[in-house]
Ligand binder design. Sequence first.
Ligand code: ADP
Length: 456
Amino acid sequence: EELTTDVVVIGAGGAGLAAATSANQNGAKVIVLEKMGKAGGNTAISGAAFNAVDTELQKEFGIEDSIDKHFQQTYEGGDKLADPELVEILVNNALPAIKWLESLGMEFEHKIFTVLGGMWPRAHDPEKVLGTGFIDTHMEYAEKSNGGVEVKINTNATELIKEGDRIVGVKAEGEDTDYVIKATKGVVIATGGFSQNKEMRDKYNKQWEDISNLMSTNHPGATGDGIIMAEKAGANLVGMEWIQLLPMGDPETGSLSGNIEQGVEDRIFINLDGNRFVDEGARRDVMTKALLEQKDQTMWTILDSHSYPTGDEENHFGETANELVKAGRAFKADTLEELAEMIGVDADSLVKAVEGFNKGVDEGKDEFGRTLFKDKIDKGPYYAGKRVPTVHHTMGGIQINTKAQAINAEGNVIPGLYAAGEVTGGIHGSNRLGGNALADINVFGKIAGESAAKGL
Ligand code: ADP
């Protein structure tokens, strides 16, 4: 079947749907192609922490912050390997992106928190579970758009169509028919990363010794298709070797579900001998590298009733500690000694580890250099949950400029081609801070949609 529209968006995750809404708001008719059976991608299953300097709200919680600090932490947190112009765009447009989402009906909780490996309390939390709020907001916009935004699920984009230098459309395979879709204004690639593509991970990985056997937190569609299609069409790829691991994977599935962590300030990690081994407030790569060196590459997260006054509090996945305990996915005991016995670690070591942490709370710094503290771990019942390293995010991808236009190997814009979200590279350098992905996909998704609608 042959179709013609103004803008084609590949991928109905957070970045793609933001691009679709934004393109339509800028006057374009949009077709979104999604290869899976429903919209959402990784965005829908992510913790959904959204970093944005929001001084008014932060002040209410006694948090001091600035755009400059967000810039510095992002840039330095990625070892200064990001494109500073893109980081500028990210930090300056994060709060406006939240306001934009709110104008579309999305709701955020009245709170600010620090996300794991996020460096600073500036994360916003959507009302709806995980990242579903982002997806629902744009899908509702699409429904009400009188055909302005059409989302085709079970439709796998396979190739970009090029005429001369310009990208003019997309070939795709639907359930019953193949499509050739002409885009008079532009094509936005928003297919996400490649954490679920082991071959591609191994091809590009230089950072880690061996990640070939690790599982991933990602949805199964995160296979890097857009990167491959864009490269074929001449796009330059940047930062492909930087692959983010998290120390928080479920031992059975690699997913983030089952994580008993509530606040990152109040929990420690211990290895199978019962000893701490890293600053639990460090960068994600630092924590995971340390975990990879521990016995069985396995650890326990330990926390107390400061995090769970009743045990019925939910994590980001809507799971309560008590439910996880019942299901055998977490452990709960009145004393640290009993907890140690349950999880099979040396009780003296665990007690010592907790004492060391508590001393750190008093002194503001501990033997691992940790400075991220709030409450001591001294209030039973205590909880433990098992975690393993898992592949979470691929920092590299299609090179873009500040207008989300794709760039070729000569450094020139590829006319008609735009990219946004995890499929792009250059925004996070070697290490993406927790909470910056949601900011990234919304900021650059919105820009990509606008640029494409204008046919830049
Ligand atoms: P981001 O956070 O960058 O928006 P997501 O993972 O949330 O990334 O969304 C990417 C979406 O793109 C997913 O829903 C995924 O299934 C979809 N996708 C990936 N490859 C293709 C493809 N070849 N054709 C259509 N959709 C794709």
